[in-house]
Design a protein around this ligand. Structure first.
Ligand code: SF4
Length: 357
């Protein structure tokens, strides 16, 4: 096993300095000093791919509505998605709800404390398992997220491509070796906090860093360029046309059945083509006339980019949309249903139109 200059003396010096810095500088966040595994778990789910500042108001709203696991287990999925609206990666919310229901039914409402049981719950991957079990149950499991990966690459001047599976395993090994088993939860939060506040992307604040003397990347003058990642692929683009249809103070929307954004609501849409109006007429089983004014929205997912043309439409016959999940909704109902971030400007525009009519 490659050692990367990691002897026990260096590892214990690293832990001491890191934890002492964390004790003095950590941000005061509602999930810290929290012993309820449910709340710790929620915070970890919300923080995946998401900055603390973004997640914070969502966490507070969520906990104020669902202060206990038992209360959440009884929640409607639509309401949970509404509370998640704008936070993205909605599968996290659906899986969390499913897992919480499993805990309520199978484990009497107590979040399990073994890797086998907790790791077997819906949506619980390696990161969530290590984070929750270390913070809530003090188990010696190291987390590796983007912040940890960046800190470790710089600390050991690792210049290999960290997106490769082999390197991901190596990161996990190093993280586990460095972990302080006497304070695993604090240690994990400390290294993530260092990555979020000091060892930040592009321009690390080495002059404020508690472990600067141990840092090989800083010594070699290459810290800012690490970690090395393979170039981002150009995302494929999908173009859609979505129509806004209003009738009797209501607007037509559809609940998505697709895996992407499952359970969120959208406006009737088809893939943009030369025959978009024909396609929309066919979807709604009635001739649809599209207005000339169109506005464009774009949204980037991790694997693809949506470009959506939003257009007002009119119909002459009775709308009988194909498939299920369609509803004519009022302004008030639109307030309650969850829409993806990309459609938020349309929701606001439609609500204004309905109110002004
Ligand atoms: Fe990161 Fe700089 Fe600290 Fe190294 S010295 S861990 S590069 S902030």
């Amino acid at each position: 096993m490659q050692n990367r200059g990691l002897n026990n003396k260096k590892a214990s010096g690293w832990c001491r300095k890191l934890l002492s810095w964390y004790d003095d500088h950590r941000r005061d966040l509602p999930w810290r000093n929290e012993s309820d595994p449910y709340k710790i778990w929620l915070s970890e789910v919300m923080l995946q791919q998401t900055r603390v500042e973004t997640a914070l108001p969502y966490y507070k709203r969520f906990i104020s509505e669902y202060p206990t696991l038992q209360k959440l287990a009884l929640a409607e999925e639509g309401r949970v998605l509404k509370l998640w609206e704008g936070l993205g990666y909605y599968a996290r919310a659906r899986h969390f709800l499913q897992a919480v229901r499993e805990v309520d039914c199978q484990y009497g409402g107590r979040v399990p404390d073994t890797a086998k049981e907790f790791g077997g719950l819906a949506g619980v991957g390696e990161y969530t398992q290590a984070a929750v079990l270390s913070i809530a149950y003090h188990q010696p499991l190291a987390v590796v997220d983007g912040n940890v990966r960046r800190v470790l690459c710089r600390l050991f001047a690792i210049t290999e491509d960290t997106s490769k599976v082999k390197m991901q395993r190596e990161m996990q090994r190093i993280a586990q070796h460095l972990l302080d088993p006497s304070r695993p939860g604090d240690y994990n939060q400390a290294i993530m906090e260092l990555g979020a506040l000091i060892c930040i992307p592009r321009a690390p604040r080495c002059e404020q860093c508690p472990v600067a003397k141990l840092c090989e990347g800083r010594k070699a003058g290459i810290a800012a360029a690490l970690p090395v990642k393979k170039k981002k692929k150009v995302l494929p683009i999908k173009q859609y046309t979505a129509v806004v249809l209003l009738q009797a103070q209501k607007c037509l929307i559809r609940c998505r059945k697709e895996r992407l954004l499952h359970g969120l609501w959208e406006f009737p849409n088809v893939v943009t083509s030369d025959d978009t109006d024909v396609e929309l007429s066919s979807l709604l089983s009635t001739p649809v006339t599209l207005a000339k004014d169109v506005f464009q929205l774009t949204h980037e997912f991790s694997h693809l980019r949506w470009q959506i043309s939003i257009v007002l439409g009119e119909t002459t016959g009775e709308v009988q949309p194909q498939g299920d999940g369609w509803r004519w909704v009022t302004v008030e109902e639109m307030d309650v249903l969850p829409f993806p971030a990309v459609y938020q400007p349309v929701v606001k525009m439609v609500q204004k139109k309905l109110r002004d009519n």
